[in-house]
Design a protein around this ligand. Sequence first.
Ligand SMILES: [Zn+2]
Ligand SMILES: [Zn+2]
Length: 270
Amino acid sequence: MADTNTTQDLLQQGLTAARVGDVEDARRLLTRATQEHPNSVAAWLGLAGVVDSLEYKQRCFTKALELEPDNAQAQAGLRLVEEKLAAKQQPPQIVHTSSAEEPVISTGLDFCHYHPDVETGLRCNKCGKPICPKCAVRTPVGFRCPECIRDLEEKFYTGGNMDYLIAAVIAFPLSLIGAGLFTTILSGFGFFTLIIGFFVAPFVAGLIAEAVRWGVGKRRSRYLRHVVVAALLIATAPFLLLGLGSGLFGLILPGMFAFLGAGTISARLR
Ligand SMILES: [Zn+2]
Ligand SMILES: [Zn+2]
């Protein structure tokens, strides 16, 4: 009888601890209750309520059902835990067998890896991590998380920091020569200046872009075009200042060269 009392005490204390939110104490007391009295259905049900892992909950409910097969609470609990377990196990299988274009939707809802408070059924089809629609990036091969996208980009960009230096060294003198010739030669064409310039500026910038591409051995770098555009703008700046000396009209040619040239380089070195 003393034993039963002890179990009752452990059980009561454990359930009380659980009720006031002291999960650690509850887990300890109820574990002891199940160890000392493995035949107590209430102890197993109490323990199921305070352990974290679904597998552990499943064992507790199963144990309770072995002792009392038609215990409704244990039946409902086991059903719920098994549903959750199934949902948890399914996504990895879907990820592996998913066709390349389909977004990976798991049956169970998870929380976005980047927004822990946003529930989502979407997963990255590379690493399987749950992502919300805001984080998911659509690619030709399916939805990807931002981290896998970055990996992809890193593989895409094959150039190193040296390439930026090479690009600047090539682009700056060429831009200087280009801007110089463009502004001096075209200023003699009077009315046709703008029309001719409209074709010549992108052409010259295109040559600069190709020279850079050849210089870096066709390697791709994330900021290559930014470096080349910067070189072009810096090289054109003196001509803008020179042009300003002869009034606002003098800004037109160097301005045109800078504007159309920057656009062309951005497009060519993408
Ligand atoms: Zn991923
Ligand atoms: Zn998110």
